[in-house]
Design a protein around this ligand. Structure first.
Ligand code: ADP
Length: 628
């Protein structure tokens, strides 16, 4: 039996196109061929369980081997095999039925994935690396004869009698000159490790040496010898394929360590398990994030039926969860399409919002189960929760019950608890509750202390994301505004109806203003004399909340009008406490002394906020020495 044929009259030679076009991604030939082999093995198992195959299945496995001299790579399986008829049907026709269309459309395809998927070219990806591809196969069907197919990458193929005596299929690649790098243990090993690590059928690759006992010597001591044992490269039942009820914490941790051997243990994890309206399994881990440099996106691996596809999960995973680690496996994610198509895909949208919901549920559960533990983890979890609340309305609504606000005393409150705590004292005369916050509690300490003396609480908003988080909660919470604790003097931060009387009359007030303006004489410092409590600082330097936020946004790269604020000089308000003893003292001092004292008081205020630098600082030190 020998038959020669031509693949299709319409086919311009597509192989050069495949080779050229898919070149950058050419390592996926191995993924495609091993996946086909795995499918063949699983089909046989299914037939057997349905009673349609009565023979012995044996040990299902796929073997990848290579011959460095002959420059061949072989992928063998003991699956269903193919008859000559099936080769014609599945290999010749299927791939080439779409060839005409292929030639027409190949220009539009974005990458190899897309091409392969669209045109069912899995098997033909072999021609990316091979001049000649040979199939040796024997079907599981009773009375089948072994068949051989060979094709040299032109449109000509040949089918003849095969040499296989055991059921299954071997694909033999005669590797081309440009692809000889693949005929190498390390290279093949790396590719298998990447794509085939969690395939459901054992994959044999290479051999390893093992030192084993081998009887006893004359003295009765155990003898040893080194044997070569087959080496399975894959874990056929990774945890995401199991039911959460079968798994212990240790299993999840071990799997994490398997995925990220260098990583620190994760905080907790979420096991995803959906079968309607789409199929999705996976485990997502919340990593410990120590600092911003640590933030690595693209640590989630995407699989389709345990075949690794990519670690680009944008669009599938909500943006705010891109820092999570772990795996997602879904046969329902269209893998072979361009990115823009993926965004619009309804399954992808559903999966995205499902993941968001699951994460919210898990956080709510952790919060309920043990508040203390949850609070301890908040520093790490908070980043995700805040990012999620900022970027997704739905997540905000779910998270508002378990998101925490932390004050400068490191106490944690839910939104409701905090509102109840501060409303009685921190409501201004218009009925707006003012939340105070510090972005750098150490630097803003004198303001924090003033606020605390007045019975006000101060929140800690000291991470980069807090700049945005402050805006989000202000927009979301009703009748609530946020002010940084140094946005104004404490009396003005939360304006109440009660008015503090000044001990100075109008004339004295004007005089004080003049003295300070003259002493400071900086165009970006606006001097105001205000009646405050006698215990408050004599001089405070503040920056208006709105102005500061705009500057913060500009510094973080906010576009458009932000640049305008970024370019403006820092404008400050200098508030002089007319009720402080020192101010009266300055008024009473000799004319020559007044300016010096005012300057000293101002510099002290600047110093307490870390704003006194350079020549001003040197001058201050010299003046202080002379005053002592
Ligand atoms: P796909 O896998 O998407 O169907 P392929 O081009 O990879 O497309 O394979 C075409 C067909 O060839 C498969 O559907 C299968 O019927 C057959 N085939 C490929 N490899 C094997 C194999 N190792 N054993 C049995 N059949 C195979």
């Amino acid at each position: 039996m020998q038959e020669k044929g031509s693949i299709s009259i319409h086919t311009e030679n597509i192989f050069p196109i495949i080779k050229k076009f898919l070149y950058s991604d050419n390592e996926i030939f191995l993924r495609e061929l091993v996946s086909n082999a795995v499918d063949a093995v699983q089909k046989l198992k299914r037939l057997s369980s349905l009673g349609q195959f009565k023979g012995e299945i044996g040990t299902p496995q796929v073997e990848v081997s290579f011959d460095a001299e002959a420059k061949t790579i072989t992928i063998s399986d003991n699956g269903i095999g193919m008859t000559a008829e099936e080769i014609k049907k599945y290999i010749n026709q299927i791939a080439f039925s779409g060839a005409e269309e292929f030639v027409e459309k190949f220009k539009d395809a974005k990458d190899a994935q897309e091409l392969i998927g669209k045109f069912g070219l899995g098997f033909y990806s072999a021609f990316m690396v091979a001049d000649q591809v040979e199939i040796q196969t024997l079907s599981y069907q009773e009375g089948s004869e072994a068949a051989r197919w060979i094709c040299d990458g032109s449109t000509e193929f040949e089918i003849s009698e095969g040499s296989r005596t055991e059921r299954g299929t071997s694909i033999i690649l005669h590797v081309n000159k440009d692809s000889e790098e693949f005929v190498d243990k390390n290279r093949l090993g790396t590719i298998l490790e990447k794509y085939c690590r969690f395939l459901p059928v054992p994959i044999l690759f290479g051999t390893k040496s093992e030192y084993v006992e081998d009887g006893e010597d004359e003295e009765g001591k155990p003898k040893h010898k080194t044997i070569e044992v087959d080496n399975f490269i894959n874990n056929t039942s990774p945890i995401w394929t199991k039911s959460p009820t079968e798994l212990k914490d240790e299993d999840y941790l071990n799997f994490y360590r398997e995925l990220y051997p260098m990583g620190e243990d994760p905080l907790f994890w979420i096991h995803l398990n959906v079968d309607y309206p789409f199929t999705l399994t996976g485990v997502l881990y919340f990593p410990k994030i120590k600092n911003d440099f640590d933030m690595q996106r693209n640590k989630i691996k995407l699989f389709s039926r345990q075949v690794f596809i990519t670690d680009e999960v944008k669009d599938i995973v909500p943006d705010f969860l891109m820092l999570l680690h772990g795996v997602i496996d879904s046969p329902d994610i269209p893998l072979n399409v361009s990115r823009s198509f993926l965004q619009a895909d309804s399954n992808v949208k559903k999966i995205n919002s499902h993941i968001s919901k699951k994460v919210a549920d898990k956080l709510a559960e952790l919060f309920k189960a043990d508040r203390k533990v949850y609070e301890q983890k908040w520093a790490d979890i908070g980043l995700f929760v805040k990012y999620g609340m900022i970027s997704e309305e739905k997540f905000y609504d779910r998270a508002k019950d378990f998101a925490l606000l932390t004050n400068t005393k490191d106490e944690h409150f839910t939104f409701n608890e905090y509102s109840e705590k501060v409303s009685p004292v921190q409501t201004n005369k218009d009925g707006t509750v003012i939340y105070l916050y510090a972005t750098d509690p150490a630097k803003q300490d004198s303001f924090v202390q003033s606020a605390n003396r007045k019975g006000y609480d101060v929140l800690k908003m000291d991470t980069p994301i807090d700049t945005h988080f402050v805006q989000t909660i202000e927009r979301k919470l009703e009748k609530t505004a946020l002010k940084r604790v140094d946005a104004d003097v404490v009396e003005k931060l939360i304006e109440k109806d009660e008015k503090i009387e000044s001990v100075l009359n109008e004339e004295q007030t004007t005089k004080v203003k003049e003295i300070f303006e003259k002493a400071i004489s900086k165009p970006n410092m606006t001097v105001k004399v205000e009646a405050m409590g006698p215990d408050e600082l004599p001089v405070s330097v503040t920056m208006d909340e709105f102005m500061r936020r705009m500057k913060d946004m500009a510094a973080m790269g906010g576009g458009g009008g932000m640049n305008f604020y970024g370019a403006m000089p820092d404008n400050y308000n200098v508030s002089i406490n007319s009720n402080h003893k020192l101010v009266s003292k300055i008024l009473d001092a000799k004319d020559a002394e007044q300016g010096k004292l005012a300057k000293q008081a101002f510099d002290l205020a600047m110093l307490s906020q870390g704003l006194l630098t350079g020549a001003d600082l040197t001058e201050f030190v010299n003046r202080s020495v002379s005053l002592i």
